[in-house]
Design a protein around this ligand. Structure first.
Ligand code: GAF
Length: 385
């Protein structure tokens, strides 16, 4: 029996009907493009959130997590209200409750359930622990009640839970990565059409490793800076007469920049348009088996996020610069930024040296010790029991 199932049994006194799991993600490239209808290239982590669940005959949702001390949170399905999430806005229980709310709000025939949640996705590390929780809950509830949703439909509803119920204005990348990614592949996603391509991405076969460096600086998307970037991009698109920045071709970038008066908007637009271009180039390199050559594009992406988009921080910059100096082919922050994690593409036999270099550089700078782990593309959300 899985540990989540064990925990469910201990808590509720009976076995669950099933266990569903959804992973965190690392974004290889395509940052802050998803709310501009652009392109992203994430992959799923082996770290995942498991939801052990069983139906109830009434319309109560009972939620419990091993990872938080608040005990069982009970909510009535007909009283879920985005203005009053259980335990307060952005509390852990708002994510699973929000998933149930989004399904009900879409008119789906959901009944009550008992949930027990376990997760090893680090929180606040920019690795999408929120999306994992929303997607695992939505998958558990829809499977329990025989509701046939496609994965993109499920991911879109999980994103709606985060936007409208939890109150974080994120794009759709994280929920799509968690819901739709496949083992051994990066997921190329058009965030406008939700068209997906699964691109083989096997670092080990190429003698490479992808290191994830968690700076331990807790990032929070809700702090206003993310919403400010989003507003700036949407404002720039409107100023240029475009539906979204996705509609600005790379070839027309310089002419468009000349039309924007605000220098901050100019920098934001330059990041988004060049980043979309980098996603296409990295996808092409992966498809043609030229993994090492993606390194400089990763580093270029970091410089763009640091200088034009201004979402990096000293710890992320130090992780990237140190990994590069220690021989990485390329490195960049991943996720929303303002803390969280960086990734570095290195030779497999350089793992110990790069880890040591980054750890020593953090100590010398007086930063918290980072967590450094290799990551390989794992499976997307699935029923595990
Ligand atoms: C966060 C958001 F949740 C995503 O939608 C995306 O915008 C990302 O930041 C930046 O690329 O993870």
């Amino acid at each position: 029996m899985s540990t989540a199932a064990d925990g469910f049994h201990r808590l509720y006194g009976a076995a669950p009907e099933g266990v569903w799991a959804a992973p965190g993600r690392v974004n290889l490239i395509g940052e802050h493009t998803d709310y501009n209808d652009g392109f992203v290239l994430p992959f799923a982590l082996p770290h995942r959130t498991e939801v052990a669940a069983a139906r109830r005959p009434d319309r109560t949702l009972r939620i419990h997590s091993d990872d938080v001390p608040s005990g069982v949170v009970a909510v009535h399905l007909d009283h879920l209200d985005p203005a009053r999430p259980p335990e307060g806005p952005r509390s852990w229980a708002a994510y699973p409750a929000g998933a149930a709310w989004a399904l009900l709000d879409a008119g789906l025939p959901l009944g009550g359930a008992d949930l027990h949640i376990r997760s090893d996705v680090p929180t606040g590390a920019g690795l999408s622990s929120s999306a994992a929780l929303e997607v695992a809950t939505a998958l558990a509830l829809t499977d329990l009640y025989g509701i046939p949703l496609t994965r993109p439909e499920l991911a879109a509803l999980a994103r709606r839970a985060e936007n409208a119920y939890v109150g974080v204005p994120c794009g759709v990348m994280d929920q799509m990565a968690s819901g739709c990614a496949s083992a051994g592949h990066a997921l190329h996603l058009d965030t406008r059409t939700l068209e997906q391509r699964h691109i083989p991405f096997d670092c080990a076969a190429a003698g490479l490793r992808l290191l994830v460096i968690d700076t331990r600086v807790k990032h929070a998307l809700g702090d206003g800076a993310y919403a400010e970037r989003l507003a700036s991009c949407h404002g720039a698109a409107a100023e240029l007469g475009l539906p979204a920045l996705r509609d600005l071709p790379y070839e027309d970038l310089e002419a468009a920049l000349a039309r924007l008066r605000d220098p901050v908007r100019r920098r934001r637009v330059r990041h988004v348009v060049t980043e979309n271009e980098r996603v296409g180039r990295v996808e092409h390199l992966l498809r043609t088996g030229r993994l090492r050559e993606t390194g400089p594009l990763l580093s270029e992406g970091h410089a763009s996020l640091r200088d034009d988009y201004e979402v990096s921080c000293p710890e992320l910059d130090l992780a990237v610069a140190t990994a590069e100096a220690a021989g990485a082919y390329g490195a960049r922050m991943t996720g929303g930024g303002f803390g969280g994690s960086a990734l570095a593409l290195i030779d497999a036999d350089a793992e110990a040296a790069v880890t040591r270099a980054v750890t020593e550089a953090f100590a010398a700078a007086g930063f918290e010790p980072p967590h450094v782990t290799p990551a390989a593309p794992a499976a997307g959300a699935e029923r595990v029991l």
